[in-house]
Ligand binder design. Structure first.
Ligand code: RAM
Length: 383
């Protein structure tokens, strides 16, 4: 019973989050879903529908949009074992694939490196899977293996972190790359008070998604609005908690005037949040974090290290990736711009494939979502 209530709450909360972001190009806040008039009634109606649908919603919806993949096999390779964000993606993916009557193989590399992912691609090719979805650890290094998979007739897509266009059919992107860069730059501007030294704590130097977001931030930063901000360094914690902790400490000792750290990785931000809060540092933090890991650090007073941060639902990234893989395998899509496909009970279904800034194509889940003291207590229970 308790499990069912939690699952109903999750569904309702996710629906409100997604609706809050519908049609918006900016980052959304929970308070924006508590607007007035028509917006409120449509949110309330969707919440009731979602609650009424209950926990069987995924199974029913998946079956409705995925009739033809029974008996097929779908592989997913996440970025690294032990990363709760990546594990939630795999969980969402598996749920949809299994509800469609297909088999799911989850591969979890020991480290967030391309070297650890290549043997997993090879093993899925030998197992003759129908589809591989991968959250890449390197934009270039997986090309030969993924092309080999496509030559063998396997449908290849990426989620969360991309590869070059010739190594995939389509990318499932969690949010627009520029939108994420904009949300993060504006947070740094706001939290710093408009000027001063700041640094980035990223994942690895090869990490495709973090690099894309950092590139977007650097372009946005050229606007005169940000001219008083001084980016000192991009440090790399390799999405390892200990290395991220060490890199945060190194930033603090190297730069006495540091005002803000921006960490666009859930592993980095939670390590940095702990260092700053434990040391009662004046340096403030923002970035991309899991509410469940960050709730104790979110606050605007001196006791808390992170005034606010952003993310999206990683389980939904996995679900959308699964529906994309299913559409590729069943022949509904090939990965070309303009193609559309259904994604079960996901709020924005049907999805349309669009152009990705690297020349390939992508499907976008939705806008980044803002977590602050007003909503963190609710969201920490959800993901
Ligand atoms: C970490 C990973 C992941 C990224 C999130 C925001 O968990 O680097 O790829 O999308 O952070």
């Amino acid at each position: 019973m308790k499990k069912k209530l939690v699952s109903m709450f999750m569904t309702v909360s996710m629906v409100s989050a997604l609706l809050a972001g519908c049609g918006s190009t900016a980052a959304t806040t929970a308070s924006s879903s508590a607007g007035t008039g028509a917006a409120v009634s449509s949110v309330a109606a969707a919440q009731e529908d979602a609650a009424a649908a209950g926990s069987n919603a995924v199974a029913t919806a998946a079956a409705a949009s995925t009739g033809s993949v029974k008996g097929k096999t779908f592989g997913i390779i996440i970025r690294a074992a032990g990363n709760p964000y990546a594990e939630k993606e795999a969980q969402g993916f598996k749920e949809v694939i299994e509800a469609a009557g297909a088999t799911c193989i989850v591969k979890e590399p020991e480290t967030a490196t391309a070297d650890a992912q290549i043997p997993m691609i090879q093993s899925l090719i030998s197992q003759k899977v129908n589809s591989i979805a991968i959250a890449s650890n390197d934009v270039n290094a997986l090309t030969a293996s993924l092309q080999e998979a496509m030559k063998a007739g396997i449908k290849v897509s990426t989620l969360d972190s991309n590869v070059v266009p010739q190594a995939r059919q389509v990318f499932v992107n969690q949010a627009g790359t520029n939108e994420i860069g904009q949300a993060l730059m504006d947070a740094v501007l706001d939290i710093s008070g408009g000027s001063g030294d700041w640094a980035i704590l990223s994942a690895s130097s090869q990490s495709a998604n973090q690099n894309a977001w950092i590139d977007a931030m650097k372009k946005i930063m050229k606007d005169s609005k940000y001219s008083k901000l001084n980016l000192l360094e991009v440090a790399y914690g390799d999405d390892e908690p200990q290395k991220s902790t060490d890199q945060t400490q190194a930033l603090l000792s190297k730069y006495p005037n540091l005002k803000v750290i921006c960490s666009p990785t859930t592993v980095g931000i939670s390590a940095a949040a702990k260092v700053l809060q434990d040391q009662k540092s004046k340096v403030k933090l923002t970035g991309l974090g899991l509410p469940s890991e960050m709730s104790e650090y979110i606050g605007t007073d001196a006791e808390h290290s992170c005034p606010y941060m952003f993310l999206w639902n990683p389980e939904d990234v996995g679900k959308l990736s699964a529906y994309t893989s299913i559409a590729l395998v069943s022949g509904t899509i090939t990965g070309k711009k303009g193609e559309t496909f259904k994604a079960g009970d996901m709020t924005s279904s049907p999805y349309t494939i669009g152009a990705c800034s690297d020349g390939g194509t992508e499907v976008i889940l939705g806008p980044p979502y803002k977590f602050d003291p007003s909503n963190i207590t609710k969201w920490k229970e959800v993901y």
